[in-house]
Ligand binder design. Sequence first.
Ligand code: SF4
Length: 388
Amino acid sequence: MVVVQPTPFCNIDCSYCYLPSRHDKRVIAQETVATLFEKLFASGWARPEVTVVWHAGEPMVLPVAFYDQAFAAIEAMRPAHVRIKHAFQTNGTLITPAWCDFVKKWDVGLGVSVDGPRAIHDANRKTRSGKGTFDRVMAGLKLLREHGVRFHVISVLGRQSLADPRGMLDFYLDQGVDHVCFNVEESEGDHVSDLFAAGDLRARFQDFLGAFWHLARASGKIHFLREIDTMIPRIFRPSEIDMRNPQVEPLAMLNVDCLGNVSSFSPELLGYQSQEYGNFLLGNVNTDTFRQIRDAAYGSALYRDISTGVAACRQSCDYFSICGGGAPVNKLSENGSFATTRTAYCTLTQIVATDLILDSFDRLERSWTEGAPTPPPAAAQRGAAAAV
Ligand code: SF4
């Protein structure tokens, strides 16, 4: 995966935002984009499909023409055996008919950040003058629906939404949203979440996710719930398939800022500073070869400490075969070191969903043993995965 920062700038100012440079209006040069993909394709390291996420700032503050030019240049140099899937994560306040046409033309995967009904959304997602952005985002969703643009929603959950799974579902159904992803408000960068400090976060999230999952399935109208639907194939997979975690592999995630600087591992590290690791940068696409950047990644204290943390996870954590060692940025922000294991983020992204799915599987198994004849193990697993 490649994460490209077209600009650090964001036109709004959410209270939980972790991006340190969201007031910075610099824009990545078209030449830097071209050099990045020229070197990526020449390296031979691009997999059959490369996902390119335009993020780490609000992508839609740049004009459609900027991306038309960049995407066309990438397409012109793309080797025949490599597929490119572009993706945008947007705050949804700048969507216009021209953006709808662009998303359809390039088949861009589109994620819109919407936190829920007005009171919940406007509590955090505000303009620089402190006004809520709900109306602008709803106008954006309406345009997407009218133009037949497929999108998913990412909602940051706080205290209020965690307490109201039914209200959240009703909101999505009202807005024609059928692909849903959740992030729980977390501590990252300068932002400290009081939810993370509370002792009952796991119980709150488990109650929320369990209830939302079953209500959503019962509605028949939510076709994708990331927290469950991406976890099921990871849990019920053949044992010989290893779990890959791109956040702990050098350059499996290539994160490039608007100046061409490269970091890897967790994308949020782009723009971070620390006494121990400096600015987390491994090179620059304009001045360094991919081999130099890769060597810098493998030789870094960053990789050494991330690997120590992964080894400790492998030794100590029952969820390792599903998780693969977690998110380095969360280990650093929550525990103060990459060379550690459990975080609240583990609970929210791995443990709660795994436990809910396995609990459902156990209940299904019990119903098979108590009622209908038990299917053989492999079929039982496929059946459970399909049923949950
Ligand atoms: S869930 Fe947490 S402790 Fe367990 S493997 Fe993942 S990162 Fe490590």
